[in-house]
Design a binder for this molecule. Structure first.
Ligand code: SAM
Length: 227
């Protein structure tokens, strides 16, 4: 049984995909998809030995060696162009780390037609990277599970130049339109947090004026979106 978070990522993996799941840990995501017969091939990439061994174990115990291969490597070094990977999933890490993996692996992205990314934090920077590298966001989801809020961003190479506004980068072009309950709760909480931080900073001996200004503009942006 996959978590709701990984099941949502799985939903966006196309039928017969040749996928790479980077930072796969137990390889639960590709294993779930392979057991359903949904994918043709998967690389489960891991940079740390323990999680890599978890992946090897899961693949073996589920008899999925003919579909999934675990590789111990940093980011997209786990992938060869010969693998003809068309779908890339990276889930359960910070947006900055996901961005780094994409940036360092740019050459390996030439065959990839779908990215399914689930940053735990740092969604703004990830969306910005996607925009600057000519990827368009084609779907987004936000969900709550075990007290955490997760966003899933699905992207593909763009045919035309992509220009998102600052608000779209921060809130997500689709999420901001949908305004789901989870979305509203996330940003309400962030609003409260920012306001408290501003109060604390203003009470300091030497208030960090630049930081206060940045936080205030985020407060304004959130208020506009939630209005
Ligand atoms: N993807 C799974 C999920 O969403 O449940 C596991 C997420 S786990 C929190 C993050 C995994 O990413 C860890 O196992 C870690 O070793 C791996 N990781 C971190 N940096 C990596 C990199 N540069 N290349 C490959 N794997 C990486």
């Amino acid at each position: 049984q996959l978590s709701k978070r990984l099941a949502t990522v799985a939903k966006y993996v196309p039928e017969h995909a040749r996928m790479a799941d980077i930072g796969s840990d137990h390889a639960y995501l590709p294993a779930f998809l392979a057991l359903q017969g949904k994918i043709s091939f998967a690389v489960a990439g891991e940079v740390v030995k323990g999680p890599y061994e978890n992946a090897v174990h899961e693949i073996k115990s589920q008899n999925l060696d003919h579909v999934i291969i675990a590789r111990l490597a940093d980011g997209l070094d786990a992938v060869n162009l010969d693998d003809q990977i068309d779908t890339l999933t990276i889930a359960g890490m910070g947006g900055t780390l996901i961005t780094k993996i994409l940036e360092h692996g740019l050459a390996k992205l030439s065959t990839v037609t779908r990215l399914i990314l689930q940053p735990n934090v740092g969604e703004y920077g990830l969306r910005k990277w996607l925009m600057e590298h000519d990827y368009e966001i084609i779907a987004e989801e936000i969900l709550a599970e075990d007290g955490h809020t997760y966003e899933i961003i699905v992207a593909q190479p763009a045919t035309d130049p992509i220009m998102y506004t600052e608000a779209q980068l921060l809130f997500g072009p689709y999420l901001v339109q949908q305004q789901s309950d989870v979305f509203q709760a996330k940003w309400q909480e962030q609003l409260t947090h920012l306001k408290q931080s501003i109060q604390h900073m203003e009470a300091a001996k030497n208030p960090p004026l630049d930081k206060i200004k940045t936080f205030q503009s985020e407060v304004k942006a959130i208020q506009e979106v939630l209005a």
